[in-house]
Design a protein around this ligand. Sequence first.
Ligand SMILES: *Cc1c(COP(=O)(O)O)cnc(C)c1O
Length: 398
Amino acid sequence: MDDHEHDEEADATPEEGGHIETRAIHAGQEPDPETGALMTPIFANSTYEQDAPGEHRGYEYSRTGNPTRTDLEENLAALEGAEFGRCFSSGMGAINTVLNLLESGDHVVTGDDVYGGTHRIFTQVYEKYDIEFDFVDTTDLDAVREATRPETELVWVETPTNPLMRVNDIGALAEIAHEDDALCVVDNTFATPALQRPLEHGADAVCHSLTKYLGGHSDVVGGALVTDSEELDEEFGFYQNSVGATPSPFDCFLVLRGTKTLPVRMDRHCENARELARWLDDHDAVDTVHYPGLASHPQHDLAAEQMDDFGGMLSFELDGTLSQASTVVESTEVFALAESLGGVESLIEQPAAMTHAAIPREERVAAGLADGLIRVSVGIEHLDDLKADLDAAFAAAL
Ligand SMILES: *Cc1c(COP(=O)(O)O)cnc(C)c1O
């Protein structure tokens, strides 16, 4: 099977609040009771009037709580089919909040290909507090089992991973984490809840960079944590307020604009990426394509089971040198040469020279990141224009 359609039967039983397309638009989105304003207003307040000392109407200070943020938090929780959501000023702010739960002496197991910023906060911020991190190939469940020990408090999972789009088994990893009473937290930024809901597979919490697909328009930076556990949510809320990496009401408003169209955008991102992956796979200029939707992908079956579709991210290896790959990414006109991902516009980048340049070449190549590797965030432009753009860039470089 190299194609994957929505499971119509599963879709036939809507979650509370309707199907995801409906929840994306309506969850947390009541018209303003005072004015009837259909869209959540931007509550640009730092403080709120109290009826008597300590008697407030739900809000006292905007770091602690803000109505625009509340609506976004409810919306995001509903998208993941979760009870609780918390928003942060960036994905890193959300990740930091999970790490705030740890204590000196604790141990964390995570993937050897986690997001660079995640690797950095683990090793350069939290190791100095005597928290230990083991980076293993999380597609190898035995390696994960071997790495966990009684002090393991957290198994941090990304799937699909960056930039080789490896797919990790959330259910199996959550089970391994729980055997050691560790939490399993999944960074669901690449898949989004439109394609994958980690809580359904046993994860304890889900983390997001809202900067990517959830915002969807490359115009805002934000993060979120969602969970079904009231206890975890209270801890997240404590650190959210105590540390203060909270988003502005305007940023929350922008993300709320984005989430409304998440399911439709993801449909087109997936369709374009699937077609582009097939086309690249047949292209003479290309050696290998990394996309979970291709039957040749090592975890294709797992992806088909765990995800509703295969996502909008892919990478491919050019049959050429580092400098030829550089020429390709400099030559495209529709694809913008940029880091980040998940916006409506297509982006292209060269991991060896950009996102993963900090890794020494030998290590990089050993990890499967060839010099000619190119990563694309496939946007929602017309597919033919994307193909023509890449074709012209290949012709310029090779
Ligand atoms: C971008 C990203 C982050 C960090 O999010 P920011 O919003 O940039 O702080 C974390 N995880 C993944 C997978 C990402 O792509």
